[in-house]
Every structure is written in C-alpha cells, then in structure tokens.
Ligand binder design. Structure first.
Ligand SMILES: N[C@@H](CCC(=O)N[C@@H](CS)C(=O)NCC(=O)O)C(=O)O
Length: 215
C-alpha cells in the first residue's frame, strides 16, 4: 500500500486527516504512534524530528508529508475522490483555507492547551495560559456560532477540508467549554459533523481510548 499514516486515534490533528481519508475511502496503512511511549516516540522522531502527529508517508514517491492541512491538500492533489476538500474556485479556496486555519489555531490549539495542562506535573501547570486559552475558545465559538447560523458546512453546502478541521476541534472543545445552551448553531454543526459517516467512524475508533483523556 502506498500511503502510511503515522497517527494516534485520540489525537485531534490525526482525526482531521483520518476524516479526510475516510471521506474518500482512500486506502492507507495505519501506523499508530504513542508519543507517551519512549520507544514508539524515538522511532517516530527519527522520521519527523518535530515529532508531531499526523505524518503521511507516500511510498510511491518516497515523500513524507507533515502538517494536517498539507496532508489533506496532498490527498486532494494526488489521491482525489468524490469529496473535494479544496474548492476549485481560487477565491472560495482562499476562504476555505481561512476557515481551516480558524479551526486549527483558535479552537484546536487552545483546546489542546487546556487539556494538556492537566497532564503537567503539580507545580508546573500554567493557570494563566489556560485562562487565556479558554478566553480565546469563547471568542472563537461566538464567531463560529454567528458564521454557522445559515450554513450546513463551513463553506455552505460543500464539505471541505475546513469541516475535517472543525470536527475534532469542536468535539474536544465541547469537552472543555460545553457548547449546549450558549452556542446553538455551533452545537447543531457539531451534531452534523458527528453524524457524518467519515467522522462517526473516527470517533468509533477513538472510543476505546477515551478513558485516557485527562479530566
Ligand atoms: N500543526 C500540526 C499540529 C499537530 C499536533 O499538534 N499534533 C499533536 C497531537 S494532536 C502532537 O503531536 N502533540 C505532541 C507534542 O506536541 O509533543 C498539524 O496540523 O498537524
């Protein structure tokens, strides 16, 4: 098989790429990386010294592609399928890339800040940084709620890379800043994302690991 995906089923950025792979039934060989395991982490660091998952390796070209958005762009270019992750129109593509950045930078990253702080040893926690992250999440959710008032997917009717980014970002954000009651359009969007077969499959595969999410 040409494509190997280095990932972990619980990792939000990995889930973004898994959703894209499942959308188009793209065949790939799963390579689970456990960054908490010294051996698994050391092996992965040799492939990608930045050591962030996911990473795609395409054996046909002997290329390694890091970064979730770049991986999805690569899949759209080299392994296209019925779901077009990048709109053909350059203006719509730019708008979609902004939304993809929005979900990664203003939901996924601050959500991770809140969750990973819980894994830090006592005395090494960053309460100020966590408060800042929660404020950013609140602002981003407010903007998203307005944006989703009249739309099915992030770009309207077409499911794109931005929705792949939105799905895990919103799913985990909902665990740290519950959406219900405060952000009704964002809540309805999350509900649609969770019912989308590609992301429903991602969540089903992550379920056995949910107990590892720090509370
Ligand atoms: N910008 C990267 C972010 C990837 C990322 O932060 N991955 C997390 C898992 S969801 C990770 O590898 N964290 C390990 C670490 O930061 O040491 C992307 O879009 O792929």
């Amino acid at each position: 098989m040409s494509l190997k995906l280095y990932f972990h089923p619980l990792s939000s950025f990995s889930q973004k790429v898994l959703a894209a792979l499942y959308e188009n039934d793209t065949p790939f060989e799963p390579q689970v990386v456990n960054l908490f395991d010294e051996d698994s982490s050391a092996k992965f660091r040799r492939l990608w010294p930045i050591a962030k998952i996911p990473l795609l390796h395409d054996e046909a070209k002997d290329w390694s592609i890091p970064e979730s958005s770049i991986i999805i762009e690569y899949l759209a270019q080299h392994y296209p399928g019925p779901t077009e992750f990048i709109p053909e129109d350059p203006e719509l593509a730019r708008q979609m890339r902004f939304r993809d950045r929005f979900f990664d930078l203003y939901l996924n990253v601050p959500m991770q800040k809140v969750v990973t702080d819980r894994l830090r040893p006592e005395g090494k926690r960053d309460a100020y940084g966590v408060e800042e992250a929660k404020t950013l999440l609140g602002t981003a959710l407010g903007l998203l709620d307005q944006a989703m008032a009249t739309k099915t997917w992030a770009m309207g009717d077409q499911f794109t890379m931005a929705d792949c980014a939105a799905a895990p970002s919103l799913f985990y954000t909902n665990m740290v800043v519950p959406l219900a009651g405060r952000h009704k359009h964002a809540t309805a969007y999350l509900d649609r994302l969770m019912k989308r077969p590609s992301f429903a499959r991602v969540l089903k595969e992550a379920e056995p690991y949910f107990a590892l999410i720090p509370k």
